[in-house]
Design a protein around this ligand. Structure first.
Ligand SMILES: [Zn+2]
Length: 482
C-alpha cells in the first residue's frame, strides 16, 4: 500500500487512487453537500452551482421544449442543497469536449468530458402521469459551453432512452437523460481529463448478448483488441479438453496497465512499464487460452491509451468473470523489490488513511469522504472473491518465479485502486516486479522472465478456478435434483 500510494502520488502508476480525483471534485463543496455526495441517490443533490439554481423548480424553468411544465415542477425529491457560490471568477468557460455512453450489463454510464473543472448540479424528475412524459435526470454545468462535434446519444438500452446535451443558457450546458427504467443513479467525477460521470442502474429488460452487439458496434469504444468478444457466444464452449474450465469462470479480461501517451513507471535503464506489462499481458492471454481453455479479452493488445474507467467498463461489457490488471511497480527506494498483488478495498487503518491524506496533500476528513464514496462504488464489487483470487495468484506467481529468479513475496494488499473501481467481477491488480530496482528492471525486460510471470499468474487463475469448482461441487452434493 505504501509503495502504491507513494507511486500513485508521484503520478507514475496509472492505478490511480480514487483519492485525488474525487477529493478534488468535492473541493468546492461545503460539508453538508459533501456528505450528501456519498448518499445513494434517490435524492437530489446540488453540486455547488450558480446561486440562482437553488431550486429545482427554478432551474427547470427553461427546460427543453418537450418537458412539460407540470412535470418540471414536481421533482421526485427534495430540492438540492447548494453551496454558497464563492465569488464569481473570471475563469475561462469550460468546454465540453466529449459526450459518451457505455451500456453495461447492470448499469449505464454517461461521461461528460470537459477541458477543465466545472461546477454542476443535477436533479431528477419523476414521470409525469398526466402527460406520460417519462422521468428524466438532468445536469446543469455552469460556465460552460458545448464544444464542436458533441451531440445527443441515442441509447435505448433498457435503462436510458437518450442522453441529450445542449446549450441551455449562454453560460450553461444542460445534459438530459431520458429514463426508461432506472432505479438508482450516482454522479461523480474523475480528473485528468475532468469528467462528470453518471451511472444509472435498474432492471434492464434486454439480453446481454444483444447489448454486447450494441457495445461492440459503438464507435466510441476502444477496440476489443485481438479477440472480439462479439464473435463469441456468451458462454462459449471450451475448445480444448482442459478439465479445469468447467466452473463458472469462462471469460477473463487481461488488462495491461498504461499505454499510449502514458508510459507508466520508467526504470533507470529506460524500460517503460507500458511495454513490459503489455508483453506479459499478451503472454498471459495466450497461456490462459491454451492451458485453461478460457476465453480472453484484452483491454489493449497494442500500445494505446485507455482511460481507467474504460478498462473495467470493457470487463463489465463483455461479461467477464475475472479481471486481471498487470502492472510493474516503482518506489523511491531503489532497493524495494518483489511481487505484490492488490485488490480493491478501503484503507483499513487510520495509519493508511493518514498516509493517504499526507501523500495526497489533503485532509483526513477528505480521505474519509473518499472512503465513503468508494464504499458506495463498491456495492457490487466481489470483495471476498477478489481477495481469494489475489491470494492464489500471489502465491502461485511467487512460487513459479522464485524457482529461477529468487524474489521476495510482498504479499496481498488492499488499496483504493482507481482501475478496479466499478468492476463487478473478482478483480485484482498484479505488480509483477519493481522497475525502480535495477535487477528487477533487467528481469522485466527478459522474455523468459515475462513468460514465467505470465505462467505464474495463469497458475493462480487455475488454482482459483479449481477452488471455485470444488466449492460449487460441494454445494451441489445435497442437490438431488441433478
Ligand atoms: Zn502501473
Amino acid at each position: 500500500m505504501q509503495h502504491c500510494i507513494v507511486r500513485l502520488i508521484g503520478g507514475v502508476c496509472l492505478a490511480l487512487m480514487l483519492m485525488s480525483a474525487q477529493v478534488r471534485a468535492e473541493d468546492d463543496q461545503p460539508r453538508t453537500a459533501k456528505k450528501q455526495a456519498v448518499v445513494k441517490k434517490k435524492v437530489q443533490k446540488g453540486k455547488a452551482a450558480t446561486a440562482k439554481a437553488t431550486k429545482a423548480t427554478k432551474a427547470t424553468k427553461g427546460a427543453r421544449k418537450k418537458s412539460s411544465a407540470a412535470s418540471e415542477k414536481k421533482p421526485v425529491a427534495k430540492p438540492p442543497k447548494v453551496a454558497e457560490a464563492p465569488a464569481p471568477v473570471s475563469k475561462p468557460m469550460a468546454v465540453v469536449k466529449e459526450f459518451r455512453s457505455w451500456s453495461n450489463p447492470d448499469y449505464t454510464r454517461i461521461a461528460v468530458t470537459l477541458d477543465h473543472e466545472a461546477r454542476f448540479e443535477y436533479h431528477q424528475l419523476g414521470q409525469n402521469r398526466e402527460t406520460g412524459i417519462p422521468g428524466r435526470l438532468y445536469l446543469d454545468i455552469g460556465n460552460a459551453h458545448v464544444g464542436p462535434g458533441v451531440k445527443d446519444i441515442p441509447i435505448a438500452d433498457g435503462l436510458l432512452k437518450t442522453a441529450r446535451i445542449g446549450q441551455f443558457r449562454p453560460d450553461t450546458v444542460r445534459v438530459v437523460l431520458d429514463m426508461e427504467s432506472i432505479k438508482d443513479y450516482k454522479v461523480f467525477t474523475f480528473s485528468d481529463p475532468y469528467r462528470i460521470l453518471i451511472d444509472v442502474r435498474g432492471e434492464r429488460r434486454m439480453e446481454i448478448s444483444s447489448l454486447r452487439e450494441r457495445i461492440e458496434s459503438a464507435p466510441s469504444l476502444p477496440p476489443p483488441a485481438k479477440e472480439p468478444a462479439v464473435e463469441k457466444p456468451l458462454r462459449p464452449t471450451v475448445a480444448k479438453a482442459v478439465p479445469v474450465a468447467i466452473g463458472k469462470i469462462r471469460r477473463v479480461v487481461v488488462d495491461p496497465g498504461h499505454g499510449g501517451h502514458d508510459p507508466g513507471a520508467i526504470g533507470a535503464g529506460g524500460t517503460r512499464e507500458k511495454d513490459v506489462v503489455l508483453a506479459i499481458g499478451l503472454k498471459l492471454a495466450k497461456r490462459l487460452k491454451e492451458e485453461l481453455g478460457l476465453d480472453v479479452v484484452m483491454t489493449r493488445s497494442t500500445d494505446v491509451f485507455l482511460e481507467l474507467q474504460e478498462r473495467t467498463a470493457i470487463a463489465n461489457q463483455v461479461g467477464a468473470d475475472l479481471f486481471i490488471s498487470v502492472h510493474a511497480n516503482a518506489a523511491p527506494n531503489r532497493a524495494s523489490a518483489g511481487i505484490e498483488t492488490y485488490y480493491l478495498s478501503l484503507a483499513k487503518t487510520e495509519k493508511a488513511a493518514q498516509l493517504a491524506a499526507k501523500e495526497n496533500g489533503t485532509s483526513l476528513e477528505k480521505v474519509s469522504l473518499l472512503q465513503a464514496v468508494l464504499f458506495d462504488l463498491m456495492v457490487n464489487y466481489k470483495i471476498n472473491d477478489s481477495a481469494h483470487l489475489a491470494e492464489v495468484v500471489q502465491k502461485e506467481l511467487h512460487h513459479k518465479v522464485d524457482v529461477q529468479y529468487p524474489v521476495k513475496s510482498l504479499g496481498v494488499k488492499q488499496g483504493p485502486f482507481y482501475v478496479l473501481v466499478g468492476a463487478t467481477m473478482p478483480s485484482i491488480l498484479v505488480e509483477t516486479a519493481f522497475l525502480s530496482n535495477e535487477k528487477e528492471e533487467q528481469r522485466l525486460r527478459d522474455a523468459q522472465y515475462q513468460e514465467m510471470t505470465a505462467d505464474g499468474i495463469m497458475e493462480g487463475v487455475r488454482a482459483y478456478i479449481v477452488s471455485q469448482h470444488q466449492q460449487s461441487a460441494y454445494v451441489r452434493q445435497g442437490d438431488t435434483g441433478r
